[in-house]
Design a protein around this ligand. Structure first.
Ligand SMILES: [Zn+2]
Length: 223
């Protein structure tokens, strides 16, 4: 597979979604110049970038709908740094360690249509980064659990619903939890691409709490 990836990168060279320069799908310069998420979200939700910034919006769209999976790796690299930052406090204040990464799931139907879950891709990239980071002596221990939080029923896409109350109503009851033994007293990091009202993350957090998780925080690419 690694060989195939190398071939694909040669066949399909990457151009920055923002400045068009060849190299990465989102170059480091444009990425670091992208504005951070500043709109208020719940204290336990940590979004990286402002979704209103056109290159960010475009990159998320390319990842989700155009299968530009290499963007998951780039977003994960930024997210990883942010997770370490937050965890250094949380470890001390809340005894938050040995985090379990849980991607916000797609419904079975949507997942089949798309062929992949972008949040899960980001999680997989975070795991790769963490493995390569161990040699730097960073004391983080992640596990990835993609089969704990599931979405049995298809809901109307949250982006198509205007107000917060309607979004909450749409998402309530749409998640289920399997393999709860994996959650027992666990510290959870929920991962998603975009948060808007936080309704999806809140619903996921609620059901994970009810199923025995200890602490739950969330990171998203954008808000
Ligand atoms: Zn660029």
């Amino acid at each position: 597979m690694g060989f195939l990836n190398t071939i694909l990168e040669v066949v399909f060279p990457a151009y920055c979604v923002s400045c068009g320069k060849s190299g990465l799908d989102f170059c480091v310069k444009c990425l670091t110049e992208s504005p951070s998420a500043e709109r208020e979200s719940a204290k336990w939700i940590f979004p990286l970038f402002d979704y209103r910034h056109p290159p960010i919006k475009k990159a998320v769209w390319l990842l989700k709908y155009k299968g530009k999976k290499r963007l998951a790796n780039i977003f994960a690299a930024v997210m990883y740094g942010r997770i370490l930052e937050e965890l250094s406090d949380l470890r001390m204040l809340e005894n938050f360690k040995d985090a379990i990464l849980i991607p916000i799931p797609l419904s079975g139907k949507r997942s089949r249509e798309r062929g992949f879950n972008q949040a899960e891709l980001i999680c997989k990239e975070l795991m790769k980064i963490e493995k390569s980071n161990l040699r730097h002596g960073v004391d983080v221990n992640f596990t990835l659990e993609s089969d704990v939080l599931i979405k049995p029923k298809d809901t109307v896409h949250q982006a198509h619903i205007e107000n917060r109350t309607a979004r909450l109503k749409n998402i309530v009851g749409s998640f289920a939890v399997k393999n709860t033994e994996k959650l027992k007293n666990g510290n959870i990091i929920l991962i998603d691409d975009v948060t808007t009202t936080g309704a999806t993350l809140s619903e996921a957090r609620k059901i994970l709490k009810q199923s025995g998780a200890r602490k739950i925080i969330a990171f998203t690419v954008a808000h």
